[in-house]
Write a protein that binds this ligand. Structure first.
Ligand code: 5AD
Ligand code: SF4
Length: 469
């Protein structure tokens, strides 16, 4: 029997890349590839790259320097290594990558992973294929389903990409250029993948899309279904006790999706809803297509139907032209909303995006100072939110061994990491646990019931509004 070839995949950036890396691994399995986490043991090295912010391409080139050292060492031992660059830097830089880094054997953009097998053949033959076409629908159709054993090994939570690309064209963002136009998978295809995941023991699925709530996949009735409708359908799949989705645009939160938060116990009370800025002037310059007040009204409506919802967001400080007054508007919006968790960034000009050419770029020192103030406020809110869980009994999905022997790590409905003393056989169960202590990032809890709680029925009473804020 020939020894299986090994593939090492390094993933940068967002969860969609995590999902894509898994699917690449699935696509390579029939060709005899097994994954390894040791680059030096790999016959194929894949860098699955991200282009969203600062110096992304530079990071890839410096990592390729390290890859070259490994490849040369293996060559001295008579072993061949193929090097592939995938993801959004591959899409943005294309053939430039092969020119600047001759160590690279093939370049493949995010819409072309189904072609990986062919590209590898041509790379082995000495060509240096660069594939950055947008194949749209073919990408998902052409990827083989993960084998059951591979799925099982990945654990009790899984990502499932339902939508890709974005038509919003926020003026700071590369996504519409690297991932292309919005494309939704069909409901049947998604349901089939979700059922396969459930059969393999997955209890929680996070639906992914660059703009996931713009989902409009063809339903079995031939009509386009929105994300809300899709969630109602997925909630019927036995075993899938937890559903999440990310990332959403405020303009695409429709009535059905809000109703799903009201009606579906499986839909976890957590919503990542980026606003980017609290200033109408800046929102307009960003082409966000909503005002701060629209966002606040939306948040109110969601809190009405799901009072315990944990809100998360993305913020950019120092967008071109942002004044102190604009920044203060963002701080005020954060104070009004009360976030459980958030991501925040200094504006980073991305070549090819409209905002990169504006002459009103903000000084780095000003950006840094604003970011520090904004993050201090968000950290304070996160701590307050976590503190609201102290002493409560909450549901925890036990996902994996914890930090210490005898501990397991899991997640609360609000996506907080939870450490809990529990036996390993409870991995994959949703248990009731009492929160004993609050760490800087995690909750520490103890089992209330030794056995799993009733699937999908939240144990926790909704958090009072003041602890959410
Ligand atoms: N500069 C800073 N942050 C950005 N993001 C996207 N593009 C940029 C940029 N050019 C942030 C946004 C987005 C998140 C994924 O990354 O906040 O929601
Ligand atoms: Fe980028 Fe999101 Fe705006 Fe689309 S909606 S352009 S992905 S920030």
């Amino acid at each position: 029997m020939t020894k299986p070839a090994k593939v090492f995949i390094k993933t940068y950036g967002c969860q969609m890349n995590v999902y894509d890396s898994e699917r690449m691994s699935d696509a390579l399995a029939p060709a005899g590839f097994e994954e390894t986490d040791d680059m030096a043991a790999a016959d194929l090295v894949v860098l699955n790259t991200c282009h969203i912010r600062e110096k992304a391409a530079e990071k890839v080139y410096s990592e390729l320097g390290r890859v070259r050292t490994v490849k040369e060492a293996r060559e001295r031992d008579g072993k061949k290594t193929l090097v592939a660059v995938a993801g959004c830097v591959a899409q943005a830089e294309g053939a430039e990558i092969v020119r600047r880094a001759p160590v690279v054997d093939l370049v493949v953009g995010p819409q072309s992973y189904h072609r990986l097998g062919d590209l590898l053949d041509s790379a082995r033959a000495g060509a240096k294929p660069v594939e950055t076409e947008f194949f749209a629908e073919e990408k998902f159709k052409g990827l083989p389903a993960g084998r059951e054993s591979r799925l099982r090994a990945r654990g009790v939570t899984a990502f499932l990409t339902v939508q890709e690309g974005c038509d919003k064209f926020c003026t700071f963002c590369v996504v519409p250029y690297t991932r292309g136009a919005e494309l939704s998978r069909s409901v049947d295809e998604i349901v089939a993948e979700a059922e396969r995941l459930a059969d393999a023991g997955v209890r929680e699925v996070t639906l992914l899309g660059q703009n996931v709530n713009a989902f409009h996949g063809a339903g079995p009735d031939g009509k386009p279904w929105g994300l809300g409708r899709l969630l109602y359908r997925l909630a019927d799949i036995p075993g899938l006790d937890r559903l999440r989705y990310t990332t959403s645009h405020p303009r695409d939160m429709d009535e059905e999706l809000i109703a799903a938060h009201r009606d579906l116990p499986a839909l976890m009370p957590y919503l990542h809803l980026p606003v980017q800025s609290g200033s109408d002037r800046i929102l307009k310059a960003m082409n966000r297509r909503h005002k701060a007040a629209d966002y606040l009204r939306l948040v109110e409506r969601i809190k009405e139907v799901r009072p315990d919802i944990a809100l998360s967001g993305d913020f950019i400080v120092g967008f071109p032209g942002e004044t102190d007054a604009d920044f203060d508007d963002t701080m005020r919006l954060i104070e009004t909303v009360g976030y459980a968790q958030a991501f925040s960034f200094k504006y980073s000009p991305r070549p090819g995006t409209p905002a990169a050419d504006l002459e009103t770029q903000v000084d780095e020192a000003v950006k840094a100072e604003r970011l520090a103030r904004l993050q201090a406020l968000l950290t304070e809110q996160q701590k307050a939110f976590n503190a609201g869980c102290q002493g409560r009994t909450i549901d925890v999905l036990l996902e994996r061994p914890g930090r210490k022997p005898g501990q397991l790590a899991g997640r609360s409905p609000w996506l907080q990491p939870v450490q809990i003393d529990a036996p390993a056989e409870l991995i994959g169960e949703i248990v009731a646990a009492r929160v004993d202590a609050i760490g800087s990032n995690s909750l520490f809890a103890s089992l209330v019931e030794p056995r799993a709680s009733v699937s999908g029925i939240p144990h926790a009473a909704p958090l009072p509004a003041e602890s959410v804020a």
